[in-house]
Design a protein around this ligand. Structure first.
Ligand code: CU
Length: 144
């Protein structure tokens, strides 16, 4: 039901030009295991608002690699962060506190114009992951 509503809202937003707000939860436990963003891959439209919600405490969210001209963000532990995706491309972000658990996420806005750059940034993160190393490819492979 929830996803149906979300789909309806996104369709409405796309058809009317109104920007949507997407919520990404910061969780201790989710579909992809422990210490995750959910959804970890999100497709948004230019001008949409992204709200990172500390559903579980002790998480933070910081942009790692974002499209040229986009606004970077850095949140404190346990704090909600709201940002607007104003540029087309791929946004890679991390929870710095749980980088060893590969707590990362990807937002795609329009065409993935900066995908090569994001992949490079992702490769640079890989050595810092002690577990869940497959998440990077899993999330980036959804970028089409
Ligand atoms: Cu975290």
């Amino acid at each position: 039901m929830k996803s149906l509503l979300l789909t309806a809202a996104l369709t409405l937003a796309a058809n009317t030009g109104f920007a949507a707000t997407h919520t990404i939860k910061m969780l201790n436990n989710g579909k992809d295991g422990i210490m995750v963003f959910e959804p970890a891959y999100l497709k948004a439209a230019k001008g949409d608002t992204i709200k990172f919600v500390p559903t579980d405490a002790a998480h933070d969210v910081t942009s790692v690699s974002i499209p040229k001209g986009a606004k970077s963000w850095k949140g404190a532990i346990g704090k909600e962060v709201t940002t607007k995706v104003t540029e087309e491309g791929v946004y890679l972000y991390e929870c710095t506190s749980h980088l060893p658990m590969a707590m990362i996420g990807v937002i795609q806005v329009g065409k993935p114009t900066n995908l090569d750059e994001v992949k490079k940034a992702g490769q640079a993160l890989l050595p810092k992951f002690a577990m869940n190393k497959e998440r990077l490819d899993k999330y980036l492979s959804q970028v089409k």
